[in-house]
Write a protein that binds this ligand. Structure first.
Ligand code: SF4
Ligand code: SF4
Length: 484
């Protein structure tokens, strides 16, 4: 006799009604009263179909219960308890997988000396000072990188080129020439290139701003917040804070460069956790269109590492900002909290990740000498090399990487409901924490599940109160491909 039990799902409430996030299909499902009653009963203990219908038939017509049970079975919210869970399937992307985003490290030098920087701090993985890598990418290597990107982009019409550093603008001459070259070569091949860069804003001179605006280059500024927060860690080599230098330059950039929204990226550290105040300052006082926050990547012993209690504070404040975001979205108003928007987009698209991000797949980082690595954070590291721009992607190394990092092999994640969206988390974070890119970021699980729950709730509310808002995601390209 078949005994029904709970499948893999996460229940949450939004807009006054229950929902489930179904793990096998990564879909969100609104529950009516009958479906909710069935799931609640089976969450207590397994029952046969007849038992279930018998117990609930005082509350709902039998025909409705039958239909509901069949539907819940179909979406795998419930199932036969005697059928063992199948191991996660291990499908690999079809090869050669096209490169959608190339992150070009045009320099590994920086004019700031941010205490927590993964490139220069105690946790660095590439020796950019004494290593063999050139400090600045040459024009020739940049041109070879463009050829590499256009070739490896396969049949895609659009290629994304992101300039990164060190401090990207320390190699502005090469950056300028690369944009012109990439435009010309892409046009010859019937393709297009979308450009973006990340900068600390210290070198945003008028001619640089003019160039960025003229060329419609997407800009992300690394900044930590108001003066006392920015100056705590984001300092010049002599220890002086950078706020007074960058704030006027950013305002000038925002005034002149209006062809694309300009975003801020904030690194959260133990002493800088007043997220709402940072958000207000950056959007209202400075004028950024959007702000994204990321907890610092570090080994746990560092002074600036965020403690578990600190991550609870982050979650509480993220949740409040997410509520503000929701009210704005319901009224079709813009709200610049980009973390929630990115997750909503993934939920809406039913993203179920075999890998946490595009690194090593559609996204790769290129070091100053043209070596290709997993992503920009590994660029220059010989142990994470995946080819070079002259000979192309090393497909054997790529396949070996994909084999080793598939979610199906992360046994700790196999029972986690947040798996479709998290997939174990950032490889660089794992490497910094555990010395191994294959390890899931188990130190962040509570935080990831808490944040995913907040985003699901926002999603559920929007699906009831303003579904048209969610429809905008139908036409957007994927977050993983855009993210740096
Ligand atoms: S790392 Fe943690 S939160 Fe992420 S999928 Fe694995 S178990 Fe879940
Ligand atoms: S999430 Fe981590 S591994 Fe993935 S691209 Fe970003 S820094 Fe690299």
């Amino acid at each position: 006799m078949m005994v029904l039990g709970s499948g893999e799902y996460h229940r949450f409430e939004a807009a006054g009604r229950p929902f489930v996030y179904l793990v096998p299909s990564a879909a969100v499902f609104a529950l009516d009263d009958a479906a909710d009653a069935v799931l609640r009963a089976l969450a207590q203990r397994g029952r046969t179909r007849d038992e279930l219908v018998g117990e609930l038939s005082d509350l709902f017509p039998r025909s409705e219960l039958d239909e509901t049970i069949s539907e819940l079975e179909r979406v795998r919210a419930i199932g036969d308890v005697h059928v063992p869970d199948k191991p996660l399937p291990k499908f690999f992307p079809l090869m050669p997988f096209p490169l959608t985003t190339m992150v070009l490290n045009v320099t590994n030098q920086c004019n700031l000396s941010c205490t927590y920087c993964y490139e220069y701090s105690e946790d660095k993985i590439v020796d950019t000072e004494n290593g063999k890598k050139p400090k600045f990418m040459t024009e020739e290597t940049a041109r070879e990188s463009v050829e590499f990107m256009l070739k490896e982009s396969g049949a895609n019409r659009m290629a994304h080129l992101t300039f990164f550093g060190g401090e990207t603008l320390m190699n502005f001459p090469v950056l300028q020439k690369t944009v012109a070259y990439a435009r010309e070569r892409a046009a010859e091949l019937g393709k297009e290139v979308d450009f973006s860069l990340t900068t600390n804003a210290t070198l945003l001179r008028p001619d640089v701003i003019e160039f960025l605006a003229e060329n419609r280059i997407g800009v992300t500024i690394s900044i930590d917040g108001p003066k006392e927060m920015q100056d705590k860690f984001r300092v010049f080599h002599n220890g002086a804070g950078s706020y007074d230098i960058v704030a006027p330059k950013i305002k000038e950039l925002l005034r002149r460069h209006r062809s694309r929204p300009i975003g801020a990226r904030v690194t959260l550290t133990s002493g800088v956790l007043d997220i709402k105040r940072i958000f207000r300052h950056l959007t209202e006082d400075i004028g950024f269109w959007e702000v994204g926050f990321a907890p610092v990547t570090t080994s746990p012993g560092r002074d600036y590492a965020i403690s578990t209690g600190g991550m609870d504070t982050v979650l509480a404040q993220f949740s409040e900002l997410a509520d503000e975001f929701l009210e704005a979205a319901v009224a079709n108003r813009h709200h610049g909290f980009s973390n929630v928007k990115d997750t909503l987009e993934e939920i809406h698209k039913g993203v179920s990740k075999a890998y946490p991000c595009g690194a090593g797949l559609g996204l790769m980082g290129v070091a100053t000498d043209g070596d290709v690595a997993l992503c920009h954070r590994f660029a220059g590291s010989d142990s994470h090399k995946m080819g070079d721009v002259r000979t192309g992607i090393d497909r054997n190394a790529q396949m070996a990487f994909l084999e080793k990092h598939h979610i199906a092999d992360k046994t700790d994640c196999s029972t986690c409901w947040a798996r479709p969206l998290c997939s174990g988390g950032c490889y660089h974070e794992a490497y910094t924490r555990y010395g191994e890119t294959t390890r899931p970021n188990l130190h962040f699980c509570e935080w990831i599940r808490g944040w995913t729950d907040v985003c699901l709730r926002v999603y559920g509310e929007l699906s009831e109160r303003n579904p048209a808002y969610l429809a905008q995601f139908d036409h957007m390209e994927s977050v993983a491909e855009r993210a740096v």
